[in-house]
Ligand binder design. Structure first.
Ligand code: KIV
Length: 303
């Protein structure tokens, strides 16, 4: 079936009709293509890129330029999902002009459809400024990894009456500022449900239970691409890490045993051409001209 590009009205329609919204992260072309093929609604080029691909301990080290490179790769692979670029630490907190400029880079340089940023009421004027510039914004509250030190670690948010109240206020402030959707990360399920009911825009949960309008996971967690810590909220739908290690071990074994490359991975030259080549070989002190370079016929995937 021919699929259509997912738009903001389609995401809003799903909220109103009670249809679940799906979102996953991607940072490269192959995963973006696979996500597109399945018909996931939205792809977030998350700043989790810094942790799961670049190997940083937190997301705060990721730069705007690194995010743009990842977003460009994703946009080359995924044509149908709504594409969201995650504004990294310090790309939007300094002032609204810088925030608009960096949000605009995602749209102009990387073909994203929207941007995401972290924070509640305090960031609402920035959300308003970016949306006034014509760029759609997704909010992100609860556990906001860019503020992990200030939050005192990767702990569940909104667990006291006061904190729950603040989270609801933050969600309403982001909605009033023009956000089209809000990620709720690592908050109690009952609180996420109440916030979802009170908002007109969709909530997208990660560690926020079943009652959000949509769900998001870091795709590397979903695929089991690590041998390291996996957060409680991240279900591993596959465990690819041991499969990758086994494939690489097999390659090493075959190279060590001179079993790879086999005949089917190898190229040949016709007998008469080879004979002519051997005959044409000159003694080391004789000079001869080299034949013109001939483009390889099998050039569909040459690095
Ligand atoms: O960076 C990211 O991947 C995210 C998701 C966890 C929502 O912000």
């Amino acid at each position: 079936m021919e699929r259509k590009k997912v738009t903001l009205p389609e995401i809003q329609r799903k909220k109103e009709m009670g249809e679940p919204i799906t979102m996953l992260t991607a940072y490269d072309v192959s995963i973006a293509r696979a996500i597109d093929q399945v018909g996931i609604d939205m792809i977030l080029v998350g700043d989790s890129y810094g942790m799961v691909v670049l190997g940083y301990d937190t997301t705060v080290s990721v730069t705007m330029d690194q995010m743009i490179t990842a977003a460009q790769a994703v946009a080359r692979g995924a044509k149908n999902p709504l594409l969201i670029g995650d504004l990294p630490f310090l790309s939007y907190q300094v002032d609204a002009r810088e925030a608009i400029r960096n949000a605009g880079r995602f749209i102009q340089e990387a073909n994203m459809d929207a941007v995401k940023l972290e924070g509640g009421r305090e960031i609402a004027p920035t959300v308003r400024a970016i949306t006034n510039a014509g760029i759609a914004v997704m909010g992100h509250i609860g556990l906001t990894p860019q503020s992990v030190s200030k939050l005192g670690g990767w702990r569940t948010q909104g667990t006291t009456a006061e904190a729950a109240h603040k989270l609801l206020d933050d969600a309403l402030a982001l909605q009033d500022a023009g956000a089209f959707s809000i990620v709720l990360e690592k908050v109690p399920e009952r609180l996420a449900e109440l916030v979802t009911q009170r908002l007109q825009i969709p909530t997208i949960g990660i560690g926020a239970g079943l009652h959000c309008d949509g769900q998001v996971l870091v795709t590397n967690d979903l695929l089991g691409l690590f041998d390291r810590f996996v957060p409680k909220f991240a279900k591993q739908y596959a465990k690819l890490y041991p499969i990758i290690v086994e494939a690489i071990s097999e390659y090493k074994r075959e190279v060590d045993a001179r079993a790879f490359p086999a005949a089917e991975h190898t190229f040949s030259i016709k007998e008469d051409e080879w004979d002519a080549f051997l005959k044409s070989l000159t003694a080391p002190n004789e000079t001869h001209t080299l034949p013109a370079f001939d483009e390889h016929a099998d050039a569909t995937r040459v690095y």
